[in-house]
Design a protein around this ligand. Structure first.
Ligand code: KG4
Length: 367
């Protein structure tokens, strides 16, 4: 029996998961509410909250998986990218536990984890305990496939291909290559920043999604970027959103968004719907270009923004129109979670791909 314990602490979620013989048995996430009142993640508060949460989260993950710490075969941890102080908590904990138990350590790239969320196989017990995993068909893409990775910090198109293992045959961990990415803001960042301007709570993405359902997506035509290749840009859209509001404030002679919303019925809903439609259109057009140029018809989406209902629907629609097989993760595996880190760890374990005990976390990196 092989048992992989994973720890994820790259931003503001402390998470731990356990995979036993390839099957995910537990995935525990402690989200930090402390940042809400600041309208964004405060790094120092995030590290402190990770310190408080990590022990109970790991303990719960092991208990729910029905294994003891003595049964652990290897420990996987998120090495980066992320907030350095947050990563240090998970990395140090993983190292300490690996040393104490005398088991190998496996470093995992957080972005690769998001892509590998598509390979997680939850146990029947875990599905029964997790409403968002119920009634969802979890399909695993075959290689090569494209993955649109969209989160608060990244927007990229990743080409995922098989690669040779250093042991023998094909490696379990595939090759992942970024073929296009944002040259400025990420899609999630654009959602969060525009939501903040509208006076919505942090993180704004889910609020935009909610309000957009009540709005008209064609009401405000925002600027779309004209960037070559498969790269993205969202800073112009953010400015266009801001200028639209600024002009409306001027036109109506009011000072605040609340006053404006009293004068313009459905203002927030229409702004959210128009913003969301623009972001989804920008994301999907480039993805379609990449799929068509590379002649790949297996297309996945991953990362926090993949929870967005319009983006999920666009995947279904593009899938039908362009004959793609699409892979949309269950909600539990969209935002930061240790299940995806555990999956990457399990693949690396099978590939005998371990890391040294003096490996340090990194804040920024490619995939
Ligand atoms: O992957 P993630 O959990 O964290 C990292 O960035 O690492 O992604 C968080 C991002 C935030 O920007 C959040 O607003 C966005 O995902 N998000 C959404 C939705 N749910 C989360 N954006 C749009 N619609 C949603 N339903």
């Amino acid at each position: 029996m092989n048992v992989i314990l994973a720890i994820e602490s790259s931003c503001d979620d402390t998470s731990s998961a356990v995979i036993v013989d390839g099957i995910l048995r537990s995935n525990v996430i402690a989200s930090q509410k402390v940042h809400e009142e600041y309208g964004g993640v405060v790094p120092e508060l995030a590290s402190r909250a990770h310190q408080q949460n990590i022990l109970p989260v790991v303990d719960t993950a092991l208990k729910r998986a029905g294994v003891t710490k003595e049964q652990i075969s290897a420990i996987a941890f998120t090495r980066g990218p992320g907030l350095l102080g947050s990563l240090l908590v998970g990395t140090s904990f993983a190292k300490g536990l690996a040393l104490a138990l005398n088991v190998p350590l496996i470093d995992v790239n957080h972005l690769q984890g998001h892509v590998l969320a598509h390979f997680v196989e939850p146990s029947a017990e875990l599905i029964a305990q997790t409403p968002s995993l119920q009634g969802v068909e979890i399909k695993h893409p075959s290689f090569p496939f494209l993955c649109l990775l969209v989160s608060g910090g990244n927007s990229q198109i990743v080409l995922v291909e098989s690669r040779k293992s250093k042991v023998e045959g094909d490696a379990h961990l595939p090759e992942m290559r970024i073929i296009g990415q944002t040259i400025d803001d990420a899609a999630g960042e654009a959602f969060d920043k525009c939501a903040k301007v509208l006076g919505l709570p942090y993180p704004g993405g889910p609020w935009i999604d909610k309000l957009a359902k009540l709005g008209d997506p064609s009401k405000y035509p925002f600027a779309k970027p004209n960037i070559s290749g498969y790269d993205y840009s969202f800073s112009g859209l953010k400015t266009s959103f801001l200028y639209t509001l600024r002009d409306l404030l001027k036109e109506y002679g009011v000072d605040t968004i609340d006053e404006l919303a009293e004068r313009i019925p459905n203002l927030r809903e229409d702004m959210c719907a128009s913003l969301q439609a623009t972001v989804v259109d920008i994301l999907m057009r480039k993805l379609r270009k990449a799929a068509s140029d590379l002649k790949i018809n297996q297309v996945a989406v991953a990362g926090g923004v993949s929870a967005n209902s319009a983006l999920r629907q666009a995947f279904v629609d593009y899938g039908r129109r362009y004959r793609w097989t699409v892979f949309i993760p269950p909600f539990s595996f969209t935002t930061d979670n240790a299940a995806m880190i555990c999956q990457a760890g399990y693949f690396k374990y099978l590939d005998h791909d371990f890391c040294a005990i003096d490996e340090v976390p990194f804040a920024k990196t490619q995939i």
